[in-house]
Design a protein around this ligand. Structure first.
Ligand SMILES: Cc1ncc(C[n+]2csc(CCOP(=O)(O)OP(=O)(O)O)c2C)c(N)n1
Length: 624
């Protein structure tokens, strides 16, 4: 289709440039945008199949709506690459997700066209309704549009928004971007419904026929009314529209999300409606990339192209978790695994193949995942919620009310704990320890490697207590496939090295390996010997060891990949208040860490050799 080196895309500085284009030119632009996204993301890494699926929809929205005066609120924001490119970020698009580059999601301080920040799912309808109500109060007339995927529509927050919208009616257009996929296959009763309406030719044909007949033949108004009612009845039987209509929204669709003229016609009509409308658009995830169209799950995101093999570090923690679950399930029929739409990311794929009946994907529904697990636990089953640290935040009250208050043995495997890198502040898992620390009944742990992850998981299944295990997005170091799991004493820390030095480092999880790898160098630079303890239990603390530390060390350094406020270090400091030891805590400071590579971000917050050297020097200085 592309015939010259000259790109239309290079003339698009902002959405006003779109409005001059013909339909044919919009199609050419769609092709160029697709090409630009494909080549850039393959180079720098990022989301792939989701952004490709909405290029046409994005063009139509910016072509018809008067952005940024009209507000487009994208859900999650991982799909909004075309939006970024045509709203002034074409030339910076190759800095996507890089330190000091543009974000992979949406940010109100990145562009006036990003009407609302995103990263976590299912927020768009609530945010858009807030914006719409404020508009009404100000008596302005701009349009508000929320774009939400069928995956994000599995989240409870979206229904809370719809419920509120249908009751307090106002102009708000919800575009349901339906590609039948979340990251994996979309789950739930609603996605079945949506699938039926998109693929059900009978209903679509019937509806068209009824309108054609009633429009063309000079019928009496009674017959027309009857036909309309009939259509309503048929629609009610066969489509999900009735669900939305009963909730107070007009349902329009389904509309082919790659048919630009049809979408333009539809949205021109929708723009005139002064009520809440849901436009059901069906799109092809990965559109324009044959690989991603065939397997959108595999091409959900792609990694940055590397010139060396530095990322080849063996198996990561997610994979270690999956293998550990398979191993433990061989002798434990009570294990049930729960994911909130993160099957691949949490390393469950192999487990699911082996134990399809011991696994459930509840959709993007973290609150439900936790309370559902509590329900399983109360019957004697052994639920394991495999969840990203950052997404677990949504379920805070469910953890408190449904699990901990009833002391139910739910196990939380919290992947992506710590700094995740390019996904940035919405995805860093830095608050889980602080969040859980304040709650009674929970055991919080962090393994130093894959083998210890297996042992902690095994211990959790034996203890039958609420139990959280946190681990980073990183290589898990050692994971022995044929290792026999062993019990770890509750609250016990492990001395990794003891030189009878007067400085001890208390390291949590990912930080233990950093110390093991760099201890010699650090000791050389600081001219000091240090002892090192693997603090695999964050709660309860190892009181015996702490008492020993209190009596025997002059300096204590705590180091964790988590928030300093309320984290491990703060608990240790609290315990050692009356000790003569000087305590320095290293961790994530009290601000939101932006995106960048994991290494760059760890350096930014001094969780590195230099930071440790500085801490040791400080202690040595005070000792003098
Ligand atoms: C609260 C929350 N849980 C999980 C995720 C991870 N996540 C990002 S996108 C996505 C799937 C979204 O599917 P859909 O809304 O249908 O958009 P699509 O990618 O199919 O275009 C998931 C599960 C998230 N961003 N937020």
């Amino acid at each position: 289709m592309k015939t010259s080196n000259y790109r239309l895309l290079d003339r698009i500085e902002d959405p006003s440039d779109l409005k001059k284009l013909s339909i044919d030119e919009l199609y050419i632009l769609s092709y160029e945008l697709t090409d630009h996204i494909k080549s850039t993301v393959k180079e720098v890494g990022g989301h792939y199949s989701s952004p490709l699926g909405v290029v046409d929809l994005t063009l139509v929205l910016h072509y018809l709506y008067d952005t940024p005066n009209d507000k487009i609120v994208w859900d999650v924001g991982h799909q909004a690459y075309a939006h970024k490119i045509i709203t002034g970020r074409r030339d910076s698009f190759n800095t996507l997700r890089k330190k000091d580059g543009i974000s992979g999601f949406l940010k109100i301080n990145e562009s006036k066209y990003d009407a609302f920040g995103a990263g976590h799912a299912s927020t768009s309808i609530s945010a858009a309704l807030g914006i719409a109500h404020a508009r009404d109060e100000n008596n302005t007339t701009n349009q508000v549009v929320a774009v939400i995927g069928d995956g994000a529509l599995t989240g409870g927050l979206a229904y809370e928004g719809i419920n509120n919208l249908g009751y307090h009616k106002t102009q708000l257009t919800i575009i349901l971007n339906d590609n039948s996929m979340s990251i994996s296959k979309s789950v739930g009763a609603l996605s079945k419904y949506l699938n039926r309406v998109v693929t059900n030719p009978t209903y679509n044909k019937l509806r068209n026929d009824i309108w054609n007949i009633s429009g063309k033949i000079p019928l009496s108004k009674y017959i027309r009314k009857f036909l309309r009612k009939t259509e309503g009845g048929i629609k009610g039987l066969l489509t999900p529209g009735i669900l939305f209509e009963e909730l107070g929204l007009r349902y329009i669709g389904p509309v082919d999300g790659h048919d630009i003229p049809r979408m333009i016609n539809t949205f021109q009509a929708v723009k005139k409606m002064n009520t809440p409308v849901l436009v059901h658009v069906y799109t092809k995830k990965g559109k324009g990339s044959s690989d991603a169209e065939l397997d959108s799950e595999k091409y959900y995101s792609v990694s940055e192209k590397k010139n060396d093999n530095s990322d080849n570090q063996g198996i990561d923690y997610s994979k270690s978790l999956g293998l550990s679950l398979i191993k433990l399930s061989e002798n434990n029929s009570k294990i049930r695994c729960i994911t909130a739409a993160m099957e691949v990311g949490t390393g469950l794929s192999q487990f699911i193949n082996k134990y399809p009946d011991k696994y459930i994907d509840v959709g993007i529904a973290e609150e439900h995942a936790v309370t559902y697990a509590a329900g399983l636990a109360v019957t004697g089953l052994q639920p394991i919620v495999c969840i990203y640290s950052t997404f677990m935040q949504r379920a805070f009250d469910c953890i408190f009310h449904d699990v901990l208050l009833q002391d139910l043995p739910v196990i939380f495997c919290m992947d992506r704990s710590g700094l995740v890198g390019p996904d940035g502040p919405t995805h860093h898992g830095v608050f889980d320890m602080s969040m859980l620390n304040i709650l009674p009944n929970i055991i919080i742990t962090a393994p130093k490697d894959g083998n210890e992850l297996l042992d902690l998981l095994y211990t959790a299944t034996k203890l039958k207590k609420p139990f959280a295990i946190r681990y980073p997005k990183d290589s898990s170091g050692t994971y022995d496939l044929d290792k026999t799991p062993k019990l770890i004493d509750l609250g016990s820390w492990e001395y990794i090295c003891k030189n009878n030095s007067d400085i001890v480092v208390l390291a949590v999880g990912s930080m233990v390996q950093v110390l093991i790898d760099n201890k010699d160098e650090i000791e050389k630079i600081t001219n000091s010997k240090i002892d090192l303890i693997n603090c695999r239990f964050v709660k309860p603390l190892d009181i015996d060891v702490l008492q020993y530390i209190s009596n025997n060390y002059k300096g204590v350094i705590t180091i964790e990949e988590g928030s300093l406020i309320g984290g491990f270090g703060s608990m240790v400091k609290n315990y050692l208040l009356s000790s003569r030891a000087k305590v320095i805590s290293m961790g994530i400071p009290d601000y939101y860490i932006e995106h960048g590579s994991r290494k760059e971000l760890l350096n930014e917050v001094n969780l590195n050799i230099e930071g440790l050297v500085n801490s040791i020097n400080k202690i040595n200085y005070e000792k003098k």
